[in-house]
Design a protein around this ligand. Structure first.
Ligand code: FES
Length: 106
């Protein structure tokens, strides 16, 4: 497993996220939720749409297309029309820089 540098933690405000792409071309959204950073695959399991552009509410990202919701900590789907969870990826902070793993959590 390798780590990808995202940005300075201070550059990702609470309730915001940044898009990063792994070497395997997997897009991830790295989000700041109340000062904790979480990474989720940028893929809605309803219609394989992008989650980018969705807003964060109560620790969940809301799909901008039809409103499915996913927990940013666990990837668990919490509202239809999606019914399958999304992969989440480990995140760490090193010297004030957010890094995300290039492989999902088990
Ligand atoms: S593509 Fe996300 S809810 Fe439909």
């Amino acid at each position: 497993m390798a780590w990808i540098k995202v940005d300075a933690a201070a550059a990702i405000a609470d309730g915001e996220y940044q898009l990063v792409t792994t070497e395997d071309d997997v897009e991830l959204l790295v989000a700041n939720v109340d000062g904790e950073f979480h990474a989720i695959e940028n893929l809605c399991t309803h219609d394989n749409g992008s989650l980018e552009g969705g807003c964060i509410e109560d620790g969940e990202i809301v799909c901008p297309r039809h409103g499915a919701r996913f927990c940013l900590r666990s990837g668990e789907v919490t509202a239809p029309p999606a019914y399958e969870d999304v992969d989440v990826y480990p995140v760490r902070i090193v010297d004030g820089v957010v890094e995300v793993a290039d492989e999902p959590e088990d």
